[in-house]
Design a protein. Structure first.
Length: 724
């Protein structure tokens, strides 16, 4: 029997336990919800009140700061300033090839003036007070403050090496010297004063022109940076300068530091090792100075000169000197623009320019020192054989058939010197021998294309291959190109009076003895002679040798050898101590890390074989050691048996003055050359009169360094026989 489903809610209530409250469950739930809502409302109300109070407090504080206390806090803001300070890192040292310190840094207390912290009307008063402290005229201080060579955004150094007493007066009366400060700076110390001055160069503040136009300083540089302005300091500036310490400093109105933050740590610059040997440099500079003095005593003007010493096997520059010279320390200590102009290129007469390195920037005709180049060109072009000869008459006429327009080209003597070979022609410096080589180079090759065509260009092509007509590429700034005149050069300069009738064969004839419009520099001549000694390689010379990073102990504890000498005391190698530091500092290079090796680059090769080079060298040896050599008198008494020297004198005529420039190119030991020397002195007579004696004095010093016994270091100044 099936059960009927029970209807919900029909069950009787009896037996279901005790009687319950008559309140329903839904009413209880509603009561709980009401209580929860009340609590939430209370919390929101409390939070809202707190939030309103916070905003009221914030707005009240803001109103107080901006309205009630605005002036006070603006004054504090003016008093507390954040300055970004860049501290120049220690610049790398410059050493010679043996580790002798040539350039270093030294600390100095400097007085600086920040023009932005002084009202314009107060500047004269401040300068007058400062002039009394420093015992310097206020006018002089004003010049330094207004000097256009320094950045307008940085404090201007107006005095270096101030005493503690002077610094104390500035600090003690700060209110009397607004904008004036005493700073600890590092400035360059040039240990050997004038020695190697033009090579080393100097440092200074970068100019706006350099920032905008110089490719070298286009990246990573800014206004106010200290850079190398000339010489090796400029070429290797990026290696020497390091990285600055950059720091944000908070100072108050009394210039008291109240906070700081370092943004970049300092990185000292690298050391630069040069190929130069300061011992040879001393010898060279003394010889050049003595020679110029002797020339002036002999009635010559001799306003300036230059010397280059190269290693022909590597292209390393061993020494380089220029006269007049200067002391780079003068620039390191700070000078005015007027003083700089007086020292440098803006002088009334170019001869007074001490900043120019005449060893690589003086462009002059080389005279007879160019004859080995002419001989090489003639040999390379088949105009003459190594063992062929030519007559050496008192003159030659070109064209040889004479007639209208022909020109007579004289020898240095009217006598005929007979039939001579290439070696003999160099020994006696026969002009007419080389006239004929020049003419034949012009005429032989000109026959096919017309005189003045390909013939002249073959000579010029050889000259350029030998390193002329363009910079040698030495790692020093502002080198000059020189001039190799040709048809294109004539066309380019016709508007200023050159080559009015175009290129003529006579120009080649004149150029064959190093005259005419041909212009060379001493370093170009040294490089071309070096190629005759190393198998024909024309090197791109190098003054830089190595970049090194000193170890900390080497930076802090420089190992020095004490070499104390008396001023002007003659020493064993024939130099003086006049330019030497009281203490010679020498770095042990093995205690530093090699960063980069700087090598000379092969630029070109002479198209000559061993035999052809050999006959040229034979002639150069006869110039010094032969009985008729034009430099034989200058080397009388020199131990040529122990230390043989070869060379060539040169006398270049100057059209504008009528005086002669003196040249002498030489190398030694002749049988195994380790040095090639170019000597040039302007308006100083024949090559054998001034330049050869200078070279002899240099060779005496070098021979002494090489251990040759019996070298006579007595100054030699012998008259020339007038040739070469």
């Amino acid at each position: 029997m099936s059960r009927k489903p029970r209807k919900i809610g029909t069950r009787p209530l009896k037996g279901r336990g005790k009687r319950r409250s008559n309140a329903s469950p839904s009413a209880a739930t509603a009561s709980s919800k009401t209580l929860g809502i009340d609590r939430l409302r209370l919390r929101l109300l409390v939070f809202g009140v707190l939030l309103v109070m916070i905003f009221v407090a914030l707005f009240s504080r803001l109103w107080f700061l901006q309205v009630l206390a605005g002036d006070q806090y603006q004054a504090l803001a003016r008093e507390n300033r954040v300055r970004r300070v860049e501290s120049e890192p220690p610049r790398g040292r410059i050493l010679d090839r043996n580790g002798i310190v040539l350039v270093d840094n030294r600390p100095t207390q400097s007085i600086t003036i920040d023009r932005h912290l002084i009202d314009d009307e107060e500047i004269p008063k401040v300068l007058r007070r400062l002039s009394k402290v420093l015992e310097v005229k206020a006018k002089e201080l004003r010049k330094r403050v207004n000097d256009g060579t320094v950045s307008p955004y940085k404090p201007v150094p107006v005095a270096n090496d101030v005493t503690e007493a002077e610094a104390t007066q500035i600090f003690s009366y700060k209110e009397r010297f607004p904008g004036v400060d005493v700073e600890e700076l590092q400035i360059r110390k040039y240990s050997y004063r004038e020695l190697l001055a033009q090579v080393l160069g100097y440092v200074g503040e970068i100019s706006q022109e350099e920032l905008e136009e110089s490719e070298q300083f286009s990246k990573g540089y800014k206004a106010g940076d200290i850079i190398g302005k000339a010489g090796i300091e400029r070429t290797y500036d990026s290696w020497l300068r390091g990285k600055a310490r950059i720091e944000d400093i908070v100072v108050n109105a009394n210039s008291q530091v109240v906070g700081n933050r370092i943004r970049q740590f300092e990185k000292p610059g690298n050391d630069l090792v040069l190929s130069a040997d300061i011992r040879v440099q001393e010898i060279v500079e003394r010889a050049l100075a003595d020679g110029i003095e002797a020339a002036r005593g002999g009635g010559y003007q001799a306003p300036d000169g230059g010397v280059v010493v190269l290693d022909p096997n590597t292209g390393d520059v061993i020494a380089m000197a220029s006269s007049p010279t200067y002391n780079p320390s003068v620039l390191a200590d700070g000078i005015t623009q007027k003083e700089f102009n007086r020292l440098g290129a803006r002088t009334p007469t170019p001869q007074d320019d001490a900043l120019t390195n005449r060893a690589m920037a003086s462009e002059q005709a080389p005279g007879s020192t160019f004859k080995p180049v002419t001989a090489g060109a003639a040999l390379a072009n088949g105009v003459i054989g190594a063992y062929d000869g030519l007559d050496c008459p008192g003159s030659r006429t070109y064209p040889p058939e004479g007639g209208p327009g022909s020109v007579v080209f004289p020898n240095w003597t009217s006598a005929s010197l007979g039939y001579v070979s290439i070696p003999k022609s160099l020994e006696i410096s026969c002009n007419t021998f080389y006239y004929e080589l020049g003419w034949q180079m012009e005429a032989r090759w000109g026959e096919a294309v017309g005189v003045g065509g390909d013939g002249s260009e073959r000579f010029q092509k050889y000259e350029r291959r030998a390193g002329f007509g363009e910079p040698t590429g030495v790692d020093l700034p502002f080198e000059q190109d020189g001039v190799v005149p040709d048809m294109d050069w004539c066309k380019a300069n016709s508007d200023i009076g050159y080559c009015p009738d175009g290129w003529l064969p006579g120009y080649t004839v004149n150029m064959s003895i190093g005259q005419g419009d041909l212009k060379v520099t001493p370093i170009q001549m040294a490089t071309s002679y070096a190629a005759l000694l190393n198998g024909g390689i024309v090197w791109e010379p190098r003054m830089g040798f190595e970049i090194r990073k000193p170890f900390p102990q080497d930076q802090d504890e420089l190992e020095a050898t004490q070499t104390r000498t008396k001023t002007d005391e003659r020493v064993d190698d024939g130099t003086t101590a006049a330019t030497r530091p009281a203490v010679t500092e020498q770095v042990d290079l093995s205690k530093s890390k090699l960063v980069k090796e700087i090598k000379s680059r092969k630029k070109s090769t002479l198209p000559l074989d061993e035999t052809q080079i050999g006959v040229i060298r034979e002639g150069l040896e006869l110039v010094v050691g032969g009985s008729s050599g034009t430099a034989a008198g200058s080397f009388a008494g020199f131990p040529l048996e122990q230390f043989p020297i070869a060379g060539k004198t040169g006398t270049a005529q100057r059209g504008e003055t009528g005086e002669n420039d003196s040249w002498f190119l030489s190398y030694g030991p002749a049988d195994d050359p380790g040095y090639v020397i170019a000597v040039y002195v302007e308006q100083a007579g024949h090559g054998g009169t001034t330049s050869a004696p200078i070279a002899r004095q240099i060779w005496e010093g070098i021979a002494a360094l090489e251990g040759v016994k019996g070298v006579d270091t007595t100054d030699v100044s012998l008259a020339s026989d007038g040739s070469g």
